[in-house]
Design a protein around this ligand. Structure first.
Ligand code: GDP
Length: 452
């Protein structure tokens, strides 16, 4: 699909003040840009130069700024592109866009510039999708992964898988073209080996999905303890804000409250659960049920105890609910005299931390100890797949590779093997965006914001 329109949009986040950038991309970008921006040297006349000048609307100056041109095909989109950087006032930015529309540009849709980059072969679909991941990254960990994807690391791996399938197909086709028999035994073994490698590598990549998705969404850290041990105070201290209501009345947190933070560069979804204790109140029982649910889903459980009071039956109720793994015991209120008999918990030293949620003592140590318990990163060459689409394409290739191998082992005709390999090749090609239907692209790019 060749774009004949010139698209325009504000490329910087809205309403943040500071600097704003309006981007135009398409065949008329420079012509329209010159009417929007008046500089000593007309836009695009000097190659790779940033021009200083006046931003115009209806021929009248409305701001001063800088602008530059990227000539096709050496631009993000692969088309002529003009970017005008001016003051980030929405009035200025919207006036520039309105003027560009009046001069014949069209409003860019969500992700339109990245979509044009994909259509013009500047990015493959995996790299284009990674741009969304980059923009939406909530942690350094997700950002690193997105950066690797956007830089083409996954694309290279998928191309290597494709190359193995193509090699397999070539082995078969040589046999089909030059003899009236099936391929010889050496080629057959070679083909079998290529397929084995392809399937193993594709599986490794597919296996990264669950871990990458968890990582992107944020690891779930659930806090549990009987009422009044200081869960809400700790929740607020860990998030650095007053999200949970802190009161001295036991049982105030009736439902789970969730907050997002980062520990050691990883996104964390922190959940403050209803206090666990023997309860009769139906609302409290429902809250405790949700706690049990959160515990079963959690990557890490922080089991909180009040070190300033003696052990009580409700502490035992909390202990009985603890999962067998990934528990970090937190002794809170160590700013007060210690009264809790810790031997009841039979802990080794490394599985507990002493803190005061009220004074902040030990909070950094708690974050460090918890971060060490996060699930190990599972990636291949530093990248993990982030989308169901990738997973489905890889599994389609895996199944084709496995059934092709089965057909070879069963001595079935080479034509049947070739059909399977073609299916695998198609799936891997689709992963890179080859032959992908427009409606699939619509759905992928609808996740973008306008201006990217
Ligand atoms: P929750 O029911 O487990 O959520 O407990 P809260 O966070 O509501 O705390 C119960 C009471 O303990 C409140 O009065 C808090 O101010 C107090 N508290 C919480 N953490 C500490 C702490 O580290 N030291 C002291 N001295 N008091 C604390």
């Amino acid at each position: 699909m060749i774009q004949t329109d010139t698209a325009v949009a504000i490329s910087t986040p809205r309403g943040e003040g500071g600097i704003g950038v309006v981007r135009l991309s398409g065949p008329e970008a420079v012509a329209i840009g010159r009417q929007l921006f008046c500089s000593q040297h007309p836009l695009g006349q000097r190659v790779r130069r940033v021009e200083y000048g006046q931003v115009l609307a209806m021929g009248q100056p409305i701001d001063k700024g800088v602008a530059w041109v990227f000539a096709a095909p050496h631009s993000y989109t692969g088309e002529d592109t003009v970017e005008i950087s001016c003051h980030g006032s929405m009035v200025v930015l919207e006036s520039v866009v309105a003027e560009a529309l009046r001069l014949g540009a069209v409003s860019a849709g969500p992700g339109e510039f990245t979509r044009r980059a994909f259509v013009n072969g500047r990015l493959d679909l995996l790299e284009a999708e990674a741009v969304i991941d980059l923009i939406q990254a909530q942690s350094k960990g997700s950002l690193d992964n997105a950066y690797g994807l956007a830089g083409g690391r996954l694309s290279q791996m998928v191309r290597a898988l494709k190359a193995r399938v193509v090699k397999g197909l070539a082995l078969i086709e040589v046999g089909l073209d030059f003899s009236d028999q099936d391929i010889d035994e050496i080629s057959r073994q070679q083909l079998r080996a290529e397929l084995g490698e392809m399937v193993a590598e594709a599986r490794n990549l597919a296996d990264t999905f669950e871990g990458t998705r968890r990582r992107q969404d944020g690891y779930l850290v659930a806090m549990i303890g009987r009422p009044n041990v200081g869960k809400s105070t700790l929740f607020n201290a860990l998030l650095g804000e007053d999200r949970a209501i802190v009161t001295p009345i036991p049982g105030t947190t009736r439902d789970r409250i969730e907050g997002l933070t980062t520990w050691s560069g990883e996104a964390i979804r922190l959940v403050d659960t209803a206090g666990i204790r023997q309860a009769d109140d139906p609302i409290e029982i429902a809250g405790i049920e949700r706690t049990t649910q959160a515990l079963s889903e959690a990557d890490i459980v922080l089991a909180i105890f009040d070190s300033s009071v003696a052990w009580c039956d409700d502490d035992r109720v909390a202990v009985d609910r603890l999962p067998s793994e990934n528990v970090l015991v937190v002794f809170n209120k160590v700013d007060l005299p210690h009264k809790l008999d810790r031997s009841k918990l039979r802990l080794d030293a490394s599985s507990s931390v002493d803190i005061s949620a009220l004074t902040g003592l030990g909070i950094d140590e708690l974050k460090r100890a918890a971060a060490q318990r996060l699930p190990p990163r599972h990636d291949v060459g530093g990248v993990g797949i982030t989308r169901q689409r990738h997973y489905d394409c890889l599994w389609c290739a895996i199944r084709s590779g496995e059934s092709a191998a089965g057909l070879i082992d069963a001595g079935e005709p080479d034509e049947c093997v070739a059909v399977e390999l073609q299916a695998g090749l198609k799936a891997l090609g689709e992963m890179l965006g080859e032959g992908v239907e427009e409606d699939v692209l619509d759905s992928i790019f609808s996740d973008f914001c306008i201006g990217k």
